[in-house]
Ligand binder design. Structure first.
Ligand SMILES: [Zn+2]
Length: 67
């Protein structure tokens, strides 16, 4: 085992962490249309895909508690 590696983070753990980080950056906003009740996850603050309404509630996913 190489001694110059950080003790707490294996290459597997690092890859997993980077994957989650990428996912969080890609799809991090939970959207809820108040007009038609449609729900989706997006990477940006967008209008409703289904009805085109801009009356959309945006909640960043990192506000949700982890179980
Ligand atoms: Zn809608």
């Amino acid at each position: 085992m190489a001694s110059d590696q950080p003790p707490a983070l294996t290459p597997q753990e690092l890859a997993k962490w980077q994957f989650h980080l990428r996912q969080a950056n890609d799809n991090n906003i939970w959207c809820h249309c108040r007009q038609c009740e449609y729900e989706w996850v997006a990477s940006d603050f967008v209008a409703c895909d289904r009805c085109g309404s801009r009356n959309v509630q945006h909640i960043p996913c990192w506000q949700f508690p982890d179980d």
